[in-house]
Design a protein around this ligand. Structure first.
Ligand code: AQP
Length: 338
């Protein structure tokens, strides 16, 4: 069993990344071989200021370590330093079908009405993601709920490759299949954290307003201000989950609380039912300050240790390449390129 996942260095590492993905990364590193990547090639599918990109790569790396990832247990590196990702991605571009990409909802959401003006990279992003995973023959991919469709695409690509090249695979490897079909692990404490300003939109690093998200680098005052101003409604907090219905913002605040304390929604609702929203918000603020600020403070320290971060990424890339180089070489052989 091998775990692979990644996070884009697009700035604003947030509570959604933490609860949806990183908490799981940390858990898995004690029982499985884990590979965690700062996916810088993915981040440049939309404009990144070159002056900030390196710092953002360091920020994610520091976020990983401050959250509990141990570079001696997990392989931590940045994507562009392992060239096999990009090369395998091209080979898989020739396996994936246009119709499959056209179904990707994330591209549709991000491009909106400006499809023609988006980078081609944003459109083919899920194929690079498939290459990230398949280059390591990863069996498990811990992600938030928003990435489910991309993992399904990675499975489709792996399966088509295995079918298209079946006879070559058998001849060269003596196996029936070459690529492993990866399983999504959507089991974080909260699989989709929503925006603090719109309970039907995902909390996101690219959302213009910083008030929509809690960043891991936010201080206590920022957290308090954002939670205070988080959108709510005027109805009282109900007694049963079945009574929450379409109250998305309430559901989001309860989910964040439940995710951090490790309790069920029902248990959390028992504490807050009948109370004012201000009581829920004060308690949630306290909880976030207690749990997120120490991570942010540690991140701030580690971000300044540039040599340590560079060394960690370099050593991680060397370990990653030991796995990815033979996979790419065999892929090329199967295709007939080598
Ligand atoms: N809101 C979220 N709730 C739960 N999980 C989330 N993830 C992202 N947002 C949420 C998970 O975090 C991992 C890294 O995702 P990414 O690299 O796509 O991170 P991002 O750039 O921060 O994603 P955003 O915030 O959605 O930004 P945009 O909109 O700019 O792409 C993944 O496992 C993801 O599921």
């Amino acid at each position: 069993m091998r775990v692979f996942s990644g996070i884009q260095p697009s700035g604003n590492l947030h509570l959604g990344n933490y609860l949806g993905a990183i908490v799981n990364f940390v858990k898995l590193q004690n029982t499985k071989q884990c590979i965690y990547c700062v996916v810088d090639l993915h981040s440049i599918t939309v404009w990144q200021d070159p002056e900030n990109l390196k710092r953002n790569i360091h920020e994610i790396t520091a976020g990983f370590i401050a959250s509990g990832l141990d570079p001696s247990k997990s392989i931590i590196f940045n994507q562009s330093s392992v060239q096999e990702h990009a090369e395998l991605s091209w080979l898989l571009n020739c396996v994936a079908r246009v119709g499959w990409l056209n179904r990707m909802t994330q591209f549709k959401e991000k491009a909106g009405k400006n499809k023609e003006k988006m980078s081609v990279g944003l459109y083919t992003y899920p194929i690079l993601m498939a290459a990230d995973i398949l280059a390591y023959k990863a069996t498990h991919v811990p992600v938030g709920d928003d990435q489910k469709q991309h993992i399904e695409l990675a499975r489709d690509i792996a399966q088509k490759f295995n079918i298209d090249f079946h006879d070559r695979i058998l001849e060269i490897t003596n196996e029936e299949e070459f690529f492993v079909l990866p399983e999504p692990q959507i089991t974080g404490p909260v699989t989709r954290v929503m925006s603090l300003r719109d309970g039907q939109k995902k909390m996101s690093s690219s959302e213009l307003s910083d008030m929509t998200r809690i960043n891991l680098l936010d201080n206590a005052d920022q957290i308090s201000n954002k939670i205070k101003k988080a959108k709510t409604d005027s109805a009282p907090i109900p007694e049963k989950m079945s009574e929450i219905n379409n109250r998305y913002e309430l559901m989001n605040l309860l989910s964040i609380y439940a995710g951090i304390v490790g309790q069920s929604h029902e248990e959390v609702l028992n504490v807050f039912s009948g109370k004012q929203f201000s009581y829920l918000k004060d308690n949630l603020t306290e909880l976030l300050v207690q749990n997120i600020c120490p991570i942010g403070n540690e991140m701030k320290k580690i971000i300044n240790e540039k040599e340590y971060l560079e060394k960690t990424l370099k050593e991680g890339a060397e370990k990653a390449r030991v796995i990815a180089i033979p996979v790419l070489a065999e892929t090329k052989k199967i295709i007939g390129l080598a």
